[in-house]
Write a protein that binds this ligand. Structure first.
Ligand code: 6PG
Length: 241
């Protein structure tokens, strides 16, 4: 479902509310909430809200297990680290046990970081299907999501749980969850903000790409798929024929 919010603030509150709702449902049902968070700039404000007094008490944090959809292959204290951004915005402000934080070891060589993360995933999901309760994703202006970038082999990876990928933009290696893992989630929400994403959002939602889908179009989860977008990002949606 596509939900358009008038402002970025309203969008971030909606994202925080959805997190709280999903966490409550999963915890009530199974006693835990396995979530994979997006990196980048967009979700930062939503994470800060979740760590604020207005939201902090609404989540049973000791039941929450935090993973990431992708990570840059940099040390955990590097300004480019998705883990560092999340720790600063959220993790340092909530009573979540350290054992519940499953970061990608960006300081390792990319292939080792990916393998280690696959082991972490397999161990947590007890060698069964990797079924996240909720995955929050962003959208790049080129239609990428997580670190599934257009034209990369990893975008079409069907067997691995996580994989390393070199991204020329920013000249970094990254580790990303693969599309099958993203698609096996119980619920997925894209969080898209800003006019610079309007073309990508229009292209992703308009569908037909003659067999050459944008990576974000590969995300068709078994469970629910929501698009939480602000009016700036939605500026061109009226153009869909
Ligand atoms: C990352 C993210 C990536 C992000 C998009 C959008 O590591 O950068 O996981 O997939 O969601 O690139 O990034 P912004 O939110 O910064 O626009």
């Amino acid at each position: 479902m596509i939900q358009i919010y008038e402002s970025s603030d309203a969008l971030m509150r909606a994202a925080a509310d959805m997190f709280v709702e999903r966490a409550g449902l999963a915890t009530a049902e199974s006693g835990r909430f396995a979530v994979a968070l997006s990196g980048g700039e967009t979700p930062k404000r939503a994470y800060e809200l979740l760590g604020s007094s207005a939201y902090r008490e609404r989540v049973k944090w000791d039941a929450v297990h935090v993973f990431w959809g992708d990570e840059r292959c940099v040390p955990p204290d590097d300004p480019r680290s998705n883990y560092r951004m999340t720790r600063t915005a959220l993790l340092d402000h909530i009573p979540i046990p350290e054992r519940n934080i499953h970061r990608i070891f960006g300081e390792l060589a990319p292939m080792n970081a990916a393998s280690q993360y696959e082991s972490e995933l397999a161990g947590f999901f007890e060698d069964g299907p990797i079924g996240f309760d909720f995955i929050l994703l962003g959208l790049g202006a080129d239609g990428h999501t997580a670190s599934l970038f257009p034209g990369t082999r990893v975008a079409g990876e069907e067997n691995r749980l996580a994989a390393e990928v070199y991204v020329a933009k920013g000249d970094t290696w990254r580790v990303t969850l693969t599309a099958p893992v993203l698609n096996n989630a119980h619920a997925v929400a894209f969080l898209v903000s800003g006019r610079e994403k309007a073309e990508a959002l229009r292209d992703v939602l308009s569908g037909d790409r003659e067999g050459n889908p944008l990576p974000a179009q590969l995300i068709k989860p078994a469970g629910s798929l929501d698009w939480l977008v602000d009016s700036q990002a939605a500026a061109l949606l009226g153009e869909r024929d």
